[in-house]
Ligand binder design. Structure first.
Ligand code: HEC
Ligand code: HEC
Length: 219
């Protein structure tokens, strides 16, 4: 029974089977139909907030996130089927087309402005723009854009749509996510491996500073 279940999961995976490595270096545009997606997100907004504007700090905001990043994130939850993630149950019964439509829907939503205002020379702002050679921290802006809106070349190449915007993301979620890249061995895509390498040198102070600045920067 257990084995049958595993086989069903493998067949359902859009990108690759569980345990396989996914190369996103030449990933194509996601496509997806935002209008069709709007009919498939009823259950999602219970946790991720109206139109994907999360209210609970541990739940990531999805509104205005790039479709490529959202799609591969959802495909990854389904592929890995990690029992510890609340997302596993959410994506198991969705088709590949559903994931594309849902990604297109949330990408088209407007993210609400943060309540607090970002400070231009806050420690997190400086780390994001300049990095810190002494601590071995590279600048984030080269890949996430000067104002954390996404990769600077996103409009030129579809593969850069798979790089997330970080502005206006929930700070608790950012802290957890960065610690996960730093401390976990799991990185099953070429993009996750890039971020794992970056996070390797982030100390807890840097993570909290970066998250605080990003969460107050408008998307
Ligand atoms: C029970 C609450 C809950 C529901 C319902 C839920 N999510 Fe999530 N979602 C989470 C949590 C918590 C996380 C972060 C934890 C994690 O990554 O495992 C997350 C993470 C995500 C992420 C990753 C975001 C990022 O920036 O990488 C995406 C995308 C996402 N959810 C989409 C969805 C979609 C689409 C649905 C509906 C089909 C949905 N979620 C339903 C709780 C939920
Ligand atoms: C060389 C390019 C590169 C640099 C530099 C980089 N990132 Fe990333 N980052 C990525 C890619 C690619 C992803 C998508 C990874 C994935 O799909 O899991 C990512 C994902 C993330 C995420 C996950 C977002 C989410 O919604 O779950 C966070 C947070 C993040 N980066 C923060 C940072 C911070 C902070 C820095 C600077 C210390 C940084 N990144 C520097 C390429 C980069």
């Amino acid at each position: 029974m257990k084995r049958l279940y595993a086989i069903a999961l493998l067949l359902a995976s859009p990108f690759a089977a569980a345990g396989e490595f996914v190369d996103l270096r030449d990933a194509p545009a996601v496509g997806g139909d935002a209008a069709a997606g709007s009919a498939k997100v009823m259950v999602c907004v219970a946790c991720h907030g109206p139109s994907g504007n999360a209210v609970v700090p541990a739940f990531p905001a999805l509104a205005g996130q790039h479709a490529g990043y959202l799609y591969q994130s959802l495909a990854g939850f389904r592929r890995r089927a990690d029992p510890a993630s609340p997302m596993t149950a959410q994506v198991q019964t969705l088709s590949d087309q559903d994931l594309r439509d849902i990604a297109a829907y949330f990408a088209a939503q407007r993210r609400t402005a943060p309540i607090a205002t970002a400070t231009a020379n806050a420690p997190g702002a400086r780390l994001f723009r300049d990095g810190d050679p002494v601590r071995g921290i590279v600048p984030c802006q080269g890949c996430h854009g000067l104002d954390a809106q996404g990769h600077p070349q996103r409009m030129q190449a579809a593969r850069y749509d798979y790089y997330p915007a970080l502005a206006g993301q929930q700070s608790d979620y950012l802290v957890a996510r960065l610690r996960h890249y730093r401390d976990s061995a799991l990185a099953d895509t070429s993009n996750a491996r890039i971020m794992q390498g970056i996070a390797h040198n982030l100390d807890d102070t840097a993570i909290v500073d970066l998250a605080a600045w990003l969460a107050t920067t408008p998307r």
